[in-house]
Design a protein around this ligand. Structure first.
Ligand SMILES: C[S@@+](CC[C@H](N)C(=O)[O-])C[C@H]1O[C@@H](n2cnc3c(N)ncnc32)[C@H](O)[C@@H]1O
Length: 493
């Protein structure tokens, strides 16, 4: 069962006297006494146990699963590897819950970025049990259903509690383990659709703290909506971002700002304030001269020079103050001056500008769109798969360009990137491509369940044929390995 319950807020009416129920509840008790089967004392005790948060069946068990020791071990497979002695990249085959536990020791606080694209909660295409060795029993136990096969839920995309419950039980213990692996300035990015984004946010708020929520990218996943969409055509998915500690996480970068771009100090409509420019902090294009204190306002631009200023050798010889409506605070101006940033004034009346120097980082917006910032779509991803494997081997793979964008935004030299729902392995491609693009080496770590390919699934049947051709076992982890070893070398769309 899934549900929210909320502690009473200060706006709630006065609480009833001890032992009595509020009017509405008294009437409800008369109508449905079974809902009040225990004593009123219990009802109140129940209320006092309520707290704001997400609750579902199996939550406590899911937490315990994250704490239980793994009984597995990792077995090296040099025969399946490329550049065994030199590569720093890893692909691990197994159930990610077990593997995440095994990684806790060696990778605790070492991972800069965890990017995951878990199975979406559509009811069609998940859920994998939390104990890979004894999946049926465990799965049935967790979800409280007795008629499943223990391997996948039925294809009924019904949003009833059990789908959400099963999905939450999948995610919760893994997210708890993820937090320990992240560096103090590490970031978690989770791809999700709109069926589960609200549950995911609640879950992550609980595990990471709502103060560490960085924002949600909106990714334009396709150019045209499906005609099957009933009420509105859906063309977006989401990538939810949390930091281990948001105060330590740097801004997400989308490249560098155009060199020489000017940002005016004046910003009509902001509160009026006084800025004090230290000696030699401003470069003037007008001739050397004395400029007397004066009102330099024009139209809706307020600027008043409060001190006489001597322009000597193209810079202000002394400190001077300007009163006006400013974009930047005194603290920001001081930061510019300390960093040796260029502040220019071209003429009288003074209109100071901050001039950007080359290479300064530009923060990303939360819109990831083929039209705005060239981020590819699902269609592009399918084309990439076709080019690499000669077939559509994965349903809805993520485009390498999307992962590359996110890797560039959040990681740098020698960072480790983990994807523990690796699928076809596109995260490997995104990491390798970004490292090639900016020359900063990074490492990836992928985990994928060796899920047997399903002959009923068109893409998985195609993947099986591709693997047959290279005499590899027919499971998804083999596909991941194929991409992780070949995908990064492959030119994108
Ligand atoms: C949505 S797909 C990821 C697709 C991937 N981003 C891509 O571009 O190809 C989710 C993947 O997680 C895998 N998976 C599900 N449960 C898992 C588990 N317990 N451990 C490891 N992998 C799992 C599934 O086999 C599937 O390949």
């Amino acid at each position: 069962m899934t549900g929210f319950s909320q502690r009473s807020t200060p706006d709630d009416p006065e609480p009833p006297p001890q032992g009595s129920l509020p009017d509405g509840l008294q009437r409800l008790e008369a109508l449905a006494p079974e809902s009040f089967s225990e004593s009123r004392g219990d009802f109140e005790a129940e209320e006092s146990r309520e707290k704001y948060g997400l609750g579902w069946r199996g939550k406590r068990r899911a937490r315990q699963l994250s704490l239980a020791r793994s009984t597995g071990t990792l077995r090296p497979c040099p025969e399946d590897s490329e550049a065994w002695d030199t590569t720093q990249n890893l692909m691990i085959e197994g159930d990610n819950l077990e593997v995440l536990k095994l990684l806790q020791k060696s990778y605790s606080s070492k991972i800069k970025l965890v990017f995951i694209d878990p199975p979406y909660n559509t009811g069609n295409d998940f859920v994998y049990p939390d104990d890979y060795r004894d999946n049926v029993r465990n799965y049935l136990e967790l979800t409280g259903q007795i008629d499943g096969t223990g391997r996948k839920l039925s294809s009924n995309p019904d949003a009833s509690g059990r789908f959400h419950t099963a999905w939450l039980n999948l995610m919760y213990p893994r997210l708890l383990l993820t937090r320990h692996l992240l560096k103090s300035d590490g970031i978690l990015l989770i791809a999700i659709d709109d069926h589960a984004v609200h549950h995911l946010r609640s879950l992550c708020d609980e595990v990471f703290g709502s103060e560490n929520y960085c924002g949600t990218f909106v990714w334009e996943k396709k150019k045209k909506p499906s005609f099957l969409d009933r009420n509105m055509g859906s063309v977006t998915d989401y990538i939810v971002a949390y930091a281990k500690n948001r105060t330590l996480a740097p801004p997400f970068i989308a490249g560098s700002v155009e060199s020489g771009k000017k940002y005016p100090f004046n910003n009509a409509g902001n509160p009026v304030g006084v800025l004090s420019f230290p000696p030699r902090s401003v470069t003037f294009s007008c001739p050397d001269q004395w400029v007397r204190a004066q009102d330099m306002s024009e139209g809706n631009i307020i600027t008043e020079l409060l001190d006489d200023v001597r322009i000597q050798n193209g810079v202000n010889a002394d400190r001077f103050r300007l009163r006006g409506e400013w974009r930047y605070s005194q603290a920001k101006l001081d930061e510019f001056v300390t960093a040796g940033a260029a502040i220019t004034v071209s003429k009288i009346p003074f209109r100071p500008n901050y001039v950007n120097r080359s290479g300064e980082a530009k923060k990303t917006s939360n819109l990831l769109s083929h039209r705005v910032n060239g981020v590819p779509t699902n269609e592009d991803a399918t084309r990439e798969m076709r080019e690499l494997f000669g077939a559509d081997v994965m349903s809805y793979p993520k485009p390498t360009g999307l992962i590359q964008y996110l890797v560039r935004a959040t990681t740098g030299e020698n960072d480790i990137i983990l994807d523990y729902f690796a699928g076809s392995g596109t995260t490997a491609g995104g990491v390798l491509r970004q490292s090639l693009a900016d020359g900063l080496p990074r490492r990836f770590l992928l985990i994928q369940l060796p899920e047997l390919l399903d002959p009923q699934n068109r893409e998985q049947e195609a993947a099986a044929k591709v693997l047959n051709a290279v005499r590899k076992p027919r499971n998804l982890a083999e596909l991941t390995k194929e991409y992780a070893t070949n995908g990064g070398k492959h030119p994108g769309p």
